[in-house]
Design a protein around this ligand. Structure first.
Ligand code: FES
Ligand SMILES: [Fe+2]
Length: 346
């Protein structure tokens, strides 16, 4: 575990790429969750995600491996494995070793494709997924044709980023905007939903003022899937995708989805401004310098103006294997650890 974060990587479904970036026949080396993995797409379009070591004599499947039909073929002796890790061919053997016939011998990881994203299930003990990725209607709606994608990599962990939404006090100081209330929030097992509604006055190009009702709905489904649905002058969906590369570095992707707006229209300009502000200082890029260096304190000193940070942490703690988090395991307060004060002074 990293010195800055007292928790391990959470388990969950995480984005490991976009579906349209993996063509039929592609074999890719990827590194997330502190693991090297091999990602490939078969001729019928299935996605496979495996450990890189060929179970035969250990060649790296991502170096010289090729897709053959529904299998990946190792470059060394041409053994082939399907997406379940079962041997499908050994070109020079009279039969597949009986012990492994029909049984996986290459290690594979759960993977699925939804919302134009390839998702991998990460669990430190390789436990099976306990929930599914949720499909978004807008992603399948043919009228919602516009997508814009952005990407950042920096030192942080999924919880720090997720927690930002309930840290109501930082909006004024980091993002130079009014405090954003948490809104109506519900917690249901691994799903958290929040909704904020409001109205504001917008002036159009002709100088006419309009009162615009808007809502922002946020849904978090496990540690790795989240989306934000905006309605108002423009309607759009943002999928913020946060994937741990290791226990102290993340890759963040933002994908915005919206209906087409006529070039130069008020809505098109509004959309551009919304994206710029969500990515920029009023959004993610305002937070990155803080996240990149901050510590995660298990026992922060909070005040009455802070948001429901500890409630959110209780929710997120369910995504850590081998908890407890936040701990009651007799650990000293991290403030004591940071300040070097003795526990007797408490
Ligand atoms: S090491 Fe892969 S086929 Fe022999
Ligand atoms: Fe923020």
């Amino acid at each position: 575990m990293s010195d800055r974060f007292p928790m391990p990587m959470p388990f969950g479904w995480f984005c490991i790429g976009y579906s349209d970036e993996l063509a039929v026949g592609d074999v890719r080396n990827i590194h997330y969750f502190d693991r090297d993995m091999v990602l490939f797409r078969t001729e019928s379009g299935r996605v496979g995600l495996t450990h890189p070591a060929c179970p035969h004599l250990g060649a790296h499947l991502g170096h010289g491996g090729t897709v053959q039909g529904e299998s990946i073929r190792c470059a060394f002796h041409h053994w082939q494995y399907n997406t379940e890790g079962v041997i499908t061919d050994i070109p020079y053997a009279s039969r597949i070793p009986p012990k492994w016939e029909g049984k996986p011998c290459l290690k594979t990881y759960p993977v699925c494709e939804k919302n134009e994203v390839i998702w991998a299930w990460y669990h430190p003990e390789d436990a099976a997924p306990d929930h599914d990725v949720i499909e978004l209607d807008e992603m399948r709606n043919p009228a919602w044709t516009e997508r814009q994608r952005f990407e950042w990599t920096f030192d942080s962990c999924p919880q720090e980023i997720a927690e930002n939404g309930v840290d109501v006090a930082h909006f004024k100081y980091v993002h130079r905007m009014e405090a954003v209330p948490e809104g109506e929030t519900t917690y249901e097992g691994h799903i958290r939903r929040s909704k904020v509604s409001g109205s504001r006055t917008v002036t159009d190009e002709a100088g006419n003022a309009h009162e615009v009702e808007s809502t922002v709905q946020v849904v978090q489904n496990g540690a790795g899937q989240k989306w934000v649905r905006f309605t108002g002058m423009m309607e759009y969906v943002l999928q913020p995708l946060v994937t741990p590369i290791n226990d102290a570095t993340v890759e963040v992707r933002f994908i915005y989805l919206h209906q087409p707006y006529a070039a130069g229209s008020f809505e098109a300009m509004g959309m551009e401004a919304a994206i710029e502000s969500t990515n920029g200082q009023r959004g993610l890029e305002g937070d990155i310098p803080i996240w990149h260096h901050k510590f995660h304190l298990r026992n922060p000193v909070l005040c009455d103006g802070d948001g429901p940070i500890m409630r959110f942490r209780k929710y997120f703690s369910q995504f850590y294997f081998g908890g407890p988090y936040p701990g009651e395991g007799g650990l000293p307060s991290d403030l004591e650890a940071v300040a070097g004060t003795s526990s007797a002074a408490k």
